[in-house]
Design a protein around this ligand. Sequence first.
Ligand SMILES: Cc1ncc(C[n+]2csc(CCOP(=O)(O)OP(=O)(O)O)c2C)c(N)n1
Ligand SMILES: [Mg+2]
Length: 641
Amino acid sequence: MIYMSRQVDIRFKELFRKGLVKGTVILVSGHEAASVGMAMPFRPGLDAVSLLHRNLAAHFTLGCPIRTALCQFMANAHSPTHGKEGNVHFGDALARRFPMISHLGGMLAVAVGGTWAARRAGEDAFGLAVIGDGGSSTGQFHEALNMASVFKTPVLFFVENNGYAFSTPVSRQYNCEKLSDRAAGYGITGRTVNGLDAFEVYEAVMDSMELMAKEPQPVLIEAKTVRLEGHAVYDNAEYVPDEVKKANWDKDPLKSARAAVIEHCGIDDERLSSIEKSLLEQLDETIRGELSVALPSFDTVSMDVFAPVKYPAVKPYGAKNVRNTHAINAAQEHILAENKNAFVCGQDVGRYGSPFKTCKGLIDKFGEGRVIDLPICEAGTVGFCLGASQAGARPIMEFQFADFSTEAVSQLGLNAGTWYFRSDRPAPLLFRLPNGAGVTLGAFHSGEFEGLWSRFPGLKLFYPVTPQETYEALMVGFYDDNPCIVFEHKLLYWSRPADIDFDGDLSKVCRPRRYKEGSDVTIIATGAMVDQALRAVDDGKYSADVWNPFVLNPLDFGPIAESINKTGRLLVVQESGATAGLGSHFISLAVRECFGKLRRAPELVAAPDTPVPFAKELETVFLPDSGRIAAVIEKMIGDIS
Ligand SMILES: Cc1ncc(C[n+]2csc(CCOP(=O)(O)OP(=O)(O)O)c2C)c(N)n1
Ligand SMILES: [Mg+2]
């Protein structure tokens, strides 16, 4: 494996120079022994593994055919990502060898979540989470290790310390003696090993697994290794002193591995060379074959960002005169009762029942194993949920406030959002985001983030208003096989009590909602602005169609476009600042789809593009209200008459 990985590295470099491998090639020479030694004890399909960019040999050790890696790098029609992702960003999610994203540290929590969920389902799984010396400086390294320790999850954190992060030496990365010393801070065992010796690494990993089997907890191993080349093909590592380069080549793990094979396997140098020659011929034959394979095309490659959805029949639910908080609680209760693999997690969702009491009582009914208080690390916990979803669990995660979801932009937007696109595997995840202003909480607890999250393909966004919509959004979001976000406007938690009468048919849920029918103007409003819009037309002076798209992504604009074609006027009302929300998108769609029928330019009523101010007097003026909306309608209709 060490030999083959080295030869593939060399061939990749050549193919890149000939333009037959695009993007870039990260060079793995020097890391092969560590990769093989650490991966050998792990079992494909059971253990949850996140490898790093220099672990080609570990992919092979864990069952990835060399051909698959070649196709991935050549981005041809046989590529496991169908050419939709490049070079090292591949894996096999079904085999729990999770495909990495670029963001260093981002995959560690995924391995933790996968291991945790597999164990929870009764499987005897372990985890392997690999990171470099540079990546160990990320917050997510800490978040993942801390979570694994808190959740007593047996994940081996394996730090490959090659002395450099790209060009940056370790002196700029950390200030402790050994990276394994950090283990003490998590109450776990840590050790440093010679990463150039596959046998030593293997033995250390086996010891760790024994330890983890006795008492489930993570272990931290630092493997000291070397990078024999630059960071990637474009880097000739001028910043590495020549004497260090020479010393590194003297330590080449391929040389020591060959010597060990000769010593222990009764094979002499000549015989080994002939085996190597034949392996190389096979490799070259495979490369030649794959070079003649077609390149991917839009005709053959699905660019779907969403996994197909097949809703089950669910139980009907009804309640009289209830608020949104009740709807959320009832939906989660139903989900937990009906789905053994579901769990609710978030900060203070357990005994405290969450700050808005939307999880009240759930822990009494379902216990701590299913209603789980999380440490304060939003990025890590989203990664954890993503990993859990790959081992059969169906997580519901509450962000304490939508504002804190910004901590998890890369995990939710780039990792979870692109998961299906990259891996062909669904990531069933439901995130609840209490959002919006109006409760004097200032800039960091009042944001409305539907605009931000709409920028990430692969996420489904729901913005319910009524208790019925809220119940339906959570149900459909849970039973969807994609990462779904439900925005819960805080002002709507306790306002407008109403009945819920859900017939259990999830296939009818995803449609825009109309609250009022009229002929003069079409109003699109979201969140708490729906109430303001309704109030503006309440007195019957204007005849308005008032809509909430309800599913913001993927948006079904058809019925709203029909309404605009009928009224000839569009007013969009949003709480977010004009450049932050989706209002401009709705207007753009209307102009493109309904231009011939528009009687005047559409209007956007939005908050100013400032942070949400704290004082009530400022916040009240900041937020659009029914008076402002009515004035704009007056202007719009006045323009015509
Ligand atoms: C969060 C993040 N920041 C920056 C990068 C760009 N980047 C890719 S690899 C790399 C160096 C990583 O060094 P290290 O973790 O030591 O791993 P090594 O490449 O040495 O194996 C950098 C900075 C990234 N991928 N992710
Ligand atoms: Mg490094």
